[in-house]
Design a protein around this ligand. Structure first.
Ligand code: NAD
Length: 445
């Protein structure tokens, strides 16, 4: 029998090893939920949202915090804080990623959950919005600890997640392995006969464990479909253009690799450990191998180390923030020397910074449109699991391309007709769909 180790009392928070990251901390960045609300209010005004529906949408339906103990490799117990925020499910089950990050907090989760509601509605996918995660640094634990943390978190969430209720997916600090552990834990607590029927409790799984072809690259591919549509409209040649990327994880690295294949040149990149530049170009594929080996773009020998401030002032055609939220504030917006900002990350731009970009004639493709390829293919994965099907890569990618380009076109036309930004248009379209359903169904009782 295992006993609690008196020398290692449970701690109030994860107390993860702190790690120096470049740039402002989340605490210094301000409240993400307030910023999400400002964007929502603009979108609501643009489509005359009914005040009673605005009231319902102003707060998530459910905000769950769980504190759960995990046995660490040294035998001690550590207490972890986990979140799951379920914003809205009028259009379908709650859906959204799980983030493992040392600064995860409730208001951040609320903002991220709200954005998921708009993203699904914007594409007319039958999902609502949710987000969750655990407050700890996944780089500070061993693989065995990571597995136990993930499984225990899943157990603590219990029936608050489910294949027709709330379906998590990867986000910052999580990937296919964590999704497979969640699936396996969930499968093991339902009855034997239901096991395979609940495989779709998470998306973003590995292909071998029921994931979809094309899911891992889907968000980056969706970002590139938006860029392609923008370029077509502007008669801008992507072959030979230059771009920079902040964050070289799932979204940033796949976006960079796909854009490179189209003839665009990556001239600057940065992550939590540092920034590098090379005006002659960085090979995105080799850089991804370097990150797989070392965990960071810093120290990549074909790039020159530069400070964060210099990165934002690099000459390029397209800038893709694909790291964390609120990285583009007014100094960064003034420094940028690009034609287009494409939000691979969720919420990377402060509203004041967005105004500066607009004044400076820099186009912006907003997060809820640009990075929605992930939830689109998550939906395909969920459908495949539900129907016991396996779609080949070509089918997944052609469906994704069709969906992204169709939605981009709808947003562009809506924005042009009303002389509003692509962000406000995306919100307005999503809110119109949600409002229609509320008006038809009414409020119970
Ligand atoms: P990830 O964990 O795979 O990669 C995150 C990247 O950001 C890493 O390169 C990391 O080093 C970097 N980073 C972290 N802190 C940083 C800092 N302070 N400064 C600079 N770089 C920093 O995460 P991801 O899945 O690629 O997600 C990135 C963004 O895209 C997040 O905003 C996420 O919510 C959003 N997003 C992800 C998906 C998805 O399918 N994974 C879908 C939609 C949106």
């Amino acid at each position: 029998m295992t006993t609690l180790n008196p020398a290692s009392p449970a701690q109030p928070s994860t107390a993860a090893k702190s790690e120096a990251t470049i740039g402002p901390s989340l605490a210094e960045k301000g409240n993400l939920y307030t910023i999400a609300q400002r964007q929502f209010e603009k979108g609501a005004k643009a489509m005359n949202l009914d005040p009673s529906i605005a009231l319902i949408l102003a707060q998530p339906k459910n905000e769950l915090i769980v504190n759960f103990p995990v046995r660490m490799d040294d035998g001690s117990l550590r207490l972890f804080k986990g979140y799951r925020v379920q914003h809205n499910n009028i259009l379908g089950p709650f859906k959204g990623g799980l983030r493992y990050h040392e600064e995860a907090n409730l208001d951040e989760m609320k903002a991220l959950a709200v954005w998921m509601t708009w993203k699904s509605a914007l594409h007319d996918i039958p999902y609502g919005g949710a987000k969750g995660g655990i407050k700890f640094n996944p780089r500070s634990v061993t693989k065995g600890e990571l597995e136990r943390i993930t499984r225990r978190f899943t157990h603590s969430l219990g029936s608050n997640i489910g294949p027709e209720w709330d379906i998590p997916a990867p986000d910052v600090g999580t990937g296919p392995q964590q999704m497979v552990w969640i699936m396996d834990t969930y499968m093991n607590v339902v009855g034997n006969q239901d096991r395979n029927a609940v495989r779709r409790v998470v998306t973003g799984k590995s292909i071998s464990s029921g994931g979809s072809y094309g899911r891992e690259t889907a968000t980056g591919r969706g970002v590139v479909h938006c860029i392609t549509e923008w370029a077509r409209e502007k008669r801008f040649n992507l072959d030979g253009c230059t771009f920079t990327v902040q964050g070289f994880g799932n979204v940033g690295s796949h976006t960079a690799r796909i854009l490179s294949k189209m003839g665009a040149t990556l001239v600057g990149v940065g992550d939590y450990r540092g920034y590098i530049a090379n005006p002659a170009g960085l090979n995105a594929h080799k850089l991804a191998d370097h990150v797989a080996q070392t965990g960071s773009v810093a120290d990549y020998k074909y790039g020159k180390a530069i400070p964060r401030e210099e990165f934002f002032g690099l000459e390029c055609d397209i800038f893709i923030p694909a790291a964390l939220e609120l990285e583009v504030n007014t100094p960064e917006a003034k420094a940028l020397k690009c034609k287009l900002v494409v939000e691979g990350a969720n919420g990377p731009t402060y509203p004041d910074a967005e105004e500066i970009l607009e004044e400076r004639g820099i186009d912006l493709i907003p997060d809820i449109l640009a990075n929605s390829g992930g939830v689109v293919v998550s939906y395909y994965e969920w459908l495949q699991n539900k129907r016991s099907e396996r779609w080949d890569l070509e089918e997944v990618e052609s469906r994704l391309e069709h969906t992204m380009k169709r939605t981009y076109g709808i947003v562009r036309d809506y924005a042009a007709e009303r002389h509003i930004s692509l962000r406000t248009a995306s919100y307005a379209i999503a809110l119109e769909r949600i409002q229609r359903v509320y008006l038809e169904r009414g409020i119970f009782p």
